[in-house]
Design a protein around this ligand. Structure first.
Ligand SMILES: *Cc1c(COP(=O)(O)O)cnc(C)c1O
Length: 227
C-alpha cells in the first residue's frame, strides 16, 4: 500500500529544500501530481492532503477522472501528446495544456474553448534534442509559434515545457533545463510574457528547480508505480 499522504509531505519537503538550495522561495515551485494510470482513490487521497494540481496524459482517461472528481476543487493539466482530433474535449475539460507544439493545435484549442470558461493556460513543448521522432517545437521554430499563440484570445500563453532524455548526473540533467530557461528569457526579452517553466519529474526535479522550474511534474515518487 503506497501512502500518498506521507509521500506528498516528503516530496513537498524535498521541493522546498531544492528551492532553498537554488535560493528561490519554496512557493516558487508548484507540484503537479501526475496521476496517469493511477486510481481515483489515490487522487482523492492526495486531494484530501491538500494537493490541487493533477496531470493526465491520455484524453479519455483524463476526462473520466475529471468527471469523477467534480465534487473536488481540482486543477487539471493535460501533459500528454495531443492529437488534433482530440482538442475539443481537452479544451472543454482541462485548465492547462503543457504540450502544444503546433499552431494548428493551438488554434483549434482557442476556437473550441467554451466562452463561459476562462482562457485555457498553455505551455509550448520544446524538443530540445531535435530528434524528429519526438514531440515538441524546435528551438528555431519556437519564437514564431510563441508570438502567434500569445495572440490567441481564448488561450493564455504561460511558458515552456520539456521532457528531456533521462540522464544520471546532476550536471547533465541541468543542461536541457538551462536551455529551456534561456529560451523563456529570450522570449521575454522580445516582449512575450511568460511565467512558467514546466520541467522536472521524479528523477530530475532537483536539477530542474536549480534551473528555475516553476512546475515540476511528479508521478511515481508520489503515487508509486503505474498500473
Ligand atoms: C509520466 C509523466 C511525468 C511523471 O513521470 P514520473 O517519472 O512518474 O514522475 C511527467 N511528465 C510527463 C510529460 C509524463 O508523461
Amino acid at each position: 500500500m503506497i501512502r500518498v499522504t506521507e509521500n506528498l509531505a516528503i516530496i513537498s519537503d524535498l521541493l522546498a529544500i531544492s528551492a532553498s538550495e537554488a535560493q528561490r522561495p519554496a512557493n516558487a515551485v508548484k507540484l503537479l501530481a501526475v496521476s496517469k494510470k493511477q486510481p481515483i482513490s489515490k487522487i482523492r487521497a492526495a486531494a484530501a492532503a491538500g494537493q490541487r494540481d493533477f496531470g493526465e496524459n491520455f484524453v479519455q482517461e483524463g476526462i473520466d477522472k475529471i468527471d469523477q472528481c467534480r465534487d473536488l476543487d481540482l486543477v487539471w493539466h493535460f501533459i500528454g501528446h495531443l492529437q488534433s482530433n482530440k482538442t475539443r474535449v481537452v479544451a472543454e475539460y482541462f485548465d492547462w495544456v503543457h504540450t502544444v507544439d503546433k499552431l494548428k493545435t493551438a488554434k483549434r484549442l482557442n476556437d473550441q474553448r467554451p466562452a463561459c470558461q476562462s482562457a485555457l493556460n498553455v505551455c509550448l513543448q520544446v524538443n530540445l534534442d531535435d530528434e524528429s521522432s519526438k514531440s515538441g517545437v524546435t528551438a528555431a521554430g519556437l519564437p514564431a509559434l510563441a508570438a502567434a499563440v500569445a495572440e490567441l484570445p481564448n488561450l493564455r500563453f504561460r511558458g515552456l515545457m520539456c521532457l528531456p532524455r533521462p540522464a544520471d548526473e546532476l550536471a547533465a540533467q541541468r543542461k536541457p533545463f538551462a536551455e529551456l530557461r534561456k529560451m523563456a528569457e529570450s522570449l521575454r526579452a522580445n516582449g512575450i510574457e511568460t511565467d512558467t517553466l514546466s520541467m522536472g519529474m521524479s528523477g530530475d526535479y532537483q536539477a530542474a528547480i536549480l534551473e528555475g522550474a516553476t512546475i515540476v511534474r511528479i508521478g511515481t515518487a508520489l503515487f508509486g508505480e503505474r498500473k
